[in-house]
Design a protein around this ligand. Sequence first.
Ligand code: IPE
Ligand code: IPE
Ligand code: MG
Length: 254
Amino acid sequence: MPKSANSSPALHHLAIIMDGNGRWAEERGLPRVAGHQQGVRTVVEIVDECVAQGISYLTLFAFSSENWGRPQSEIETLMALLLEFMASQRQRMLDDGVSLRVIGDDSRLSDEVRTALRNAEQDTASGSRMVLTLALSYGGRDEIVRATRKIAQRVAAGELAPEAIGSADFESTLDTAGLPDPDLLIRTSGELRISNFLLWQLAYAELYFVDAYWPDFGPVELRRALDSYRQRRRRFGLTAEQTAEGEGLSNSAS
Ligand code: IPE
Ligand code: IPE
Ligand code: MG
């Protein structure tokens, strides 16, 4: 059933699992690093397109807590590409009003990478068009465990009663404190899984899986995903009738 345009759900926060760099390269007989290099170009294009689309929050899964188990040479390549990205995109982020934020366990990063990230966060802090969050050395379970530890410390210090702990305490303690939950999650490369990304925050996200490898994903594919999202009807556990009322529609479109 066609839906009226004004019933499209709002999209504030887009999250993306950028997957398939390695396979993109291997299928071309290239080393995996070539796929990661091409993947960085896609990041630049997609950031631009998201700014153009008026998306306020973009979160990219760049390196997972499990990715530390990859060969050391691949990890080093990825960290070098990250440093290059920070250096080459700094001015562009400033010009475009993009403020950078990094989530994940930064204690595992080298001093050089950590410093570059903190500097980039500080330099771009006043950007008000879009918050670009990079999930780096990030795992959803790890994030929840770290948040739980902090909450437990408040309980041990007598600042918080165990029975008073609520969702809001987690939301304000997770790495993503202050960010709205993602509305849409895109994963490239045809894999149909979450791979430990934003486990808490994705509770009600719409999911979109696409076969294209990340280096082949571009503005056209992104717009296709956004179009698909606009056709969705989000219910958050309520009935269709209730959510139609919530959207301010005078009548359900049944
Ligand atoms: C995504 O591409 C980038 C990272 C996980 C760092 P992959 O490197 O996972 O590429 P595939 O999945 O092996 O093709
Ligand atoms: C998820 O991709 C992590 C990132 C995109 C950074 P992986 O390639 O690590 O995930 P799996 O191993 O296919 O689940
Ligand atoms: Mg992968």
